[in-house]
Write a protein that binds this ligand. Structure first.
Ligand code: SF4
Length: 180
């Protein structure tokens, strides 16, 4: 199913509730096992992914990018930004906080800031997000999360880079530096 239109969406639950709920979903041995089994069998993976889609679409307006940013955006989905910006708002936010593309809707990044602050996670907005892998649209982000594939999706607070091995060749510059 194609993703729904990207229209800024305010989550249906408070950020405080979702920060609490998230603790129950953090990766552990059981979830990793479930993710491995579900992923291995298409007859399990399809209904599992559809269930995730239906729950997250209702609550967050999720478009199933497969690489979920919600834990560090106050649970406001950045893929509901019509420009799909993962690193904050564009320059077109209206003076009243409205979206440039859908003036009747609040910019989803303003929603993210307000919700992260309300939940005591304002520092999360200093993180930088790497571009998503476009091949993962439609996949289950829960499975990716439990399998540890989301590691490195964003930096530490303050924008400090978390080293991620992207499998790129190491370039030796001759000055003792190693660059990728
Ligand atoms: S999986 Fe992607 S589209 Fe869905 S809520 Fe998370 S960031 Fe948004």
């Amino acid at each position: 199913m194609p993703p729904p239109r990207a229209v800024p969406t305010r989550p249906a639950l408070s950020s405080r509730t979702l920060y609490r709920l998230h603790r129950l979903l953090e990766p552990n041995g059981l979830y990793r096992f479930v993710a491995r089994v579900v992923e291995r069998h298409a007859w399990l993976r399809r209904p599992f992914t559809r269930t995730e889609e239906s729950v997250k679409r209702k609550v967050f307006g999720c478009r199933m990018c497969g690489q979920c940013a919600l834990p560090v955006t106050g649970y406001a989905c950045p893929m509901t930004c019509p420009k799909q910006l993962r690193n904050g708002p564009c320059g077109g936010v209206l003076p009243d906080g409205g979206c440039e593309v859908y003036p009747g809707e609040r910019c989803v990044w303003l929603i993210a800031v307000e919700r992260a602050e309300a939940g005591g996670h304002a520092g999360d907005l200093e993180r930088l997000h790497r571009p998503i892998d476009q091949r993962q649209w439609g996949e289950s982000s829960w499975i990716n999360y439990w399998q540890g594939r989301d590691d490195g999706l964003w930096t530490e607070p303050g924008g400090r880079a978390t080293p991620v091995d992207l499998g790129l060749p190491v370039l030796v510059t001759g000055k003792g530096d190693r660059e990728r």
